[in-house]
Design a protein around this ligand. Structure first.
Ligand SMILES: [Zn+2]
Ligand SMILES: [Zn+2]
Length: 426
């Protein structure tokens, strides 16, 4: 076991949203000392000079697609968990839309086993809401909770039937797990980009903002009547943000998250017909993007996530109409969020990092982590001034479907520490 002394860093407090200059000593799996000018302890203690660096609680991404079982050439639990560490994440939650789906206890346990073998970031499996994600019969929540499922979702599709959704909310309640909904009314879906000016101009079928809005409205009405914990995945619309804001004011247990692409790109990007701009929900128009920023500033949006969705090149390198939805993002999301939120003056570093630590941990029911004595040493060291260029050829992910190749970013994780061990170092 290596002991670590992190000197001269700025410790991130995600509650007071302040930075405090302090040294941090890690012994075994725990933080044992935090204070000014700690003396090196000698022996096998590794001294890390963190001058100019932020010392943050370990980052969490609760919306990641690993492709195991079923499509291991796109991503495995091991490759995804390694990509996560390189992105500064100590923990990720993976969605159940694998082949077969993670809809039973054995499948959940399989993910844990693969993650244990990988010895990279922690992986928390999300179980399916319905059997085979078919939207009809409820999956066995009690068994999956016993196996370790941290939340439930049929992500990739929303629960179309109000009746099934009502039952799911009801039967999930004793387990205190969050239902994560991919909000898209299926009878309005079927398009390949945002339905609006650019879809008309390009002659491509659109998905209207209404497809998301309707499902969020319906679900909030169901939560009001039935109760439960409800989380809107990858929110992308103005009215969606407004409804979540109102639900929170009402005191309902409703939370949401946003992805970097919905903040940094608009539907105009589809003009290139580059399939790395095809995602679900689609890139929206500027008025929606502005509403997402407002939702982040006023606390309506709790979490920042990637919706990391690996696809093999031969699948993605086809005409726009036929390409699958989704892009990868684990290894560049911190820099992307910093560009969208910190360098634009919208949020401070601690305010942004709170949405990558406490916010997501709350949603999946994992205890919060602070940089404080007695806490688990799950830490991410970030260089906020580090300028770098995204190079997808260096990614640990098995896939390359990423529209940010060549982007200049500022801010990068330089060390990821998990249970007191340095798991990634730039
Ligand atoms: Zn989704
Ligand atoms: Zn997703």
């Amino acid at each position: 076991m290596t002991n670590i002394l992190i000197q001269n860093g700025q410790v991130v407090d995600t509650v007071s949203l302040k930075l405090k200059k302090a040294d941090v000593r890690v012994r075994d799996e725990k933080i044992v000392e935090v204070g000014p000018k700690l003396k090196p302890g000698g022996g096998d203690e590794r001294v890390v000079d963190a001058k100019g660096l932020l010392v943050s609680p370990g980052l969490v991404d609760i919306h990641v697609h690993l492709r195991e079982p079923g499509d291991e050439d796109e991503e495995t639990v091991a490759s995804g968990a390694a990509a996560a560490l390189a992105g500064g994440f100590t923990d990720i939650a993976c969605m159940p839309n694998t082949t077969p789906a993670l809809d039973n206890e054995a499948a959940i346990e399989f993910v844990f086993r693969q993650a244990f073998r990988a010895k990279a970031a922690r992986v928390w499996p999300v179980g399916a809401i319905t059997k085979e994600r078919a939207g009809k019969e409820l999956a066995e929540y009690a068994q999956m909770v016993r196996g370790g499922a941290v939340a439930f979702s049929d992500d990739g599709a929303g629960i179309a039937s109000a009746g099934v959704m009502a039952k799911a909310l009801k039967y999930m309640q004793p387990f205190e797990r969050t239902l994560i909904q991919h909000c898209e009314e299926p009878t309005l879906a079927g398009g390949v980009m945002h339905g609006g000016f650019h879809s008309t101009r390009l002659g491509l079928p659109g998905v209207p903002a209404l497809a998301e809005e309707l499902m969020i409205r319906r679900d909030i009405a169901l939560v009001r009547s039935i109760g439960g914990r409800y989380h809107v995945a990858h929110i992308s619309t103005k009215v969606g943000v407004e409804r979540v804001r109102e639900a929170k004011k009402e005191g309902l247990h409703v939370t949401t998250e946003v992805c970097p692409h919905h903040l940094l790109l608009t539907d105009e990007a589809v003009s290139t017909y580059d399939t790395n701009y095809k995602m679900s929900p689609p890139l929206r128009s500027p008025e929606h993007v502005a509403a997402l920023f407002a939702g982040l500033k006023d606390g309506t949006i709790d979490c920042l996530v990637t919706d990391h969705a690996p696809h093999r090149p031969e699948e993605k390198e086809v005409e726009f109409l036929n390409a699958p939805f989704g892009i990868i993002g684990l290894e560049c999301s911190l820099g992307l969020f910093a560009k969208a939120l910190v360098h634009s003056g919208r949020l401070s570093w601690p305010a942004m990092l709170a949405k990558m630590t406490d916010g997501p941990r709350d949603v999946i029911g994992r205890p919060r982590v602070a940089v404080a004595v007695g806490q688990n040493a799950d830490l991410t060291l970030i260089d906020p001034a580090r300028e770098w260029t995204v190079d997808v050829s260096t990614f640990r992910s098995k896939s390359r479907n990423c529209p940010y190749d060549g982007w200049q970013l500022k801010g990068r994780p330089v060390m990821t520490i998990l249970e007191g061990k340095i798991k990634f170092e730039l």
